[in-house]
Design a protein around this ligand. Structure first.
Ligand SMILES: [Zn+2]
Length: 391
């Protein structure tokens, strides 16, 4: 490839994308660093960055006085004004639609629940209505949309192959969202596990780990793998669908008619059954799971035997699943998402010890600073990536 960044529209778009990814990964970066990192000339970078500043995508930070003589170096960052990204994190128990600026800083959000199953058209109508309202209220121009769903996808992640939780078969969701929205903007869609994995992998605390396996455990269940700061897109969309892997409790009958499925053994509904005396009915609504887990945590602290047995059961099976998957995938680290995070640091320590019993050299278990907010953050990152990819 030529180093002349302006030689053709395709090369120009490609280089604009590289520059924006560089700003995305550094938060704030100098033109000289961009030029040396990307192997582009200073002149090319200056002209391309100039265009992005004119469009309102990037902004020059206040210049720091340069040491010695010479012009002060002005770092670049995303322009926090003007544009907005929309993220839609559709979990089984609650959906959050959030608006952020290009730096990922929250501008507004709204949380609500669907009665499941929900018809795809009703889902689209509601999220579009909320999304458009948030964008209008913020007075911003929408740049892109990212959606996370408890679903499996077809190749290309534009259509849902199936979502048992939402009661969907094949749904061309991206087309329906496009038809629904007043604006023509790039969109990206992934399962909850991939959205969470992406956000976790981009946390500074995770930077030293190249391959991170994320395990999402709630009313849906799945895994995703990242390579560096990106999802490992060499894996087929079906990768990570581990709900019915026979690695769980063999005495438990799954809805699929088989025994020992992971979801039937340690999915949230099973955990809720095992802590039934602490339940206030079935956990529903945006805070149902959090409320239930808070009661379990309090009961654990008070030495309640039922809560303690349920957490032991969860720890034992989850350690077995992670040790088994870890042997096959060989990630550098593992992150967790979903209801077990609400059990706190004590649970993590127990899980680490249990994994050491399962395996001499288990993958490192890391606590992401995003906790159970990871998939939500991931939707906005997916939106920004969709915008960059569409340049
Ligand atoms: Zn099953």
């Amino acid at each position: 490839m030529t180093t002349d960044a302006l030689s053709s529209p395709r090369v120009r778009s490609h280089n604009l994308g590289l520059i924006l990814r560089s700003v995305r990964d550094h938060g704030s970066i100098h033109r000289a660093r961009i030029a040396s990192d990307l192997g582009l000339t200073r002149t090319s970078v200056t002209r391309l960055v100039g265009d992005l500043v004119t469009e309102g995508i990037l902004v020059n930070e206040a210049a720091l006085p340069a040491p010695g003589r010479g012009r002060p170096a002005t770092p670049l960052r995303f322009n926090g004004d003007t544009f907005a990204l929309l993220g839609m994190d559709a979990r089984v128990d609650h959906t959050e639609v959030m608006l952020t600026n290009l730096a990922g800083e929250p501008l507004a959000s709204e949380v609500f629940s669907f009665d499941l199953p929900v018809a795809p058209d009703d889902f689209v109508a509601r999220v579009v209505e909320v999304g458009e309202r948030l964008v209008d209220a913020a007075g911003r121009r929408l740049l892109a949309v990212g959606v996370a769903l408890p679903a499996r996808f077809n190749e290309g992640f534009a259509t849902v192959a199936r979502s048992d939780r939402f009661g969907w078969g094949e749904v061309d969701l991206i087309r329906r969202l496009r038809d629904g929205f007043a604006w023509e903007v790039p969109m990206a869609m992934r399962d909850i596990s991939r959205a969470a994995a992406l956000a976790n992998a981009r946390q500074p605390e995770m930077a030293e780990h190249e391959r991170i396996l994320h395990f999402q455990l709630g009313m849906g269940l799945g895994m995703a793998l990242t390579a560096g700061r990106e999802l490992d897109e060499s894996l087929p969309p079906i990768w990570g669908a581990i709900e019915h892997a026979p690695l769980g409790d063999e005495t438990v009958l799954c809805q699929c008619g088989r025994h020992g499925c992971v979801d039937a053994s340690i999915g949230f509904r099973r955990f809720e059954e095992l802590t039934a005396s602490l339940a206030h009915g079935t956990a529903v609504g945006p805070t149902g799971i959090a409320d239930h887990m808070q009661r379990v945590s309090a009961a654990l602290t008070a030495g309640d035997p039922e809560a303690s047995a349920a957490v032991d059961h969860l720890t034992r099976i989850l350690a077995h699943v992670l040790a088994t998957v870890g042997c096959i995938v060989v990630p550098e680290a593992v992150t967790l998402g979903g209801y077990p995070l609400l059990l706190g640091a004590g649970f993590f320590e127990g899980l680490r010890l249990r994994m050491l019993e399962e395996l001499a050299d288990p993958p490192m278990l890391l606590q992401s600073p995003l906790g159970d907010q990871a998939s939500r953050r991931g939707t906005v990152m997916m939106a920004l990536d969709a915008y960059i990819d569409a340049l």
